[in-house]
Design a protein around this ligand. Sequence first.
Ligand SMILES: [Zn+2]
Ligand SMILES: [Zn+2]
Length: 89
Amino acid sequence: MPKYSGKCPRCGKIHYSDRKGDVVVCDCWRYCPICGAEMKPYKPDLAPKTYGMDGKRDLKILMVCNNTAAHPDNSPFYSTQKPVEVVCT
Ligand SMILES: [Zn+2]
Ligand SMILES: [Zn+2]
């Protein structure tokens, strides 16, 4: 039985480990918060970049969900959520 556990602050999932202080990366950041589908890594358009606000905003996008049929506004969801590290204590 694992002795230590940590709770993901984002999704509430409990992670277990035998080692105290172990860092577990919760996989919830990879799933779309709207439809629950697994998202794809976001690749910016290959078109030449323009510098400015839009370029900066693009850089923060990590994942994209193209399951638009399941989204209320029928547009892709862009996620800026980073992997959530959970420390087991
Ligand atoms: Zn999580
Ligand atoms: Zn989705």
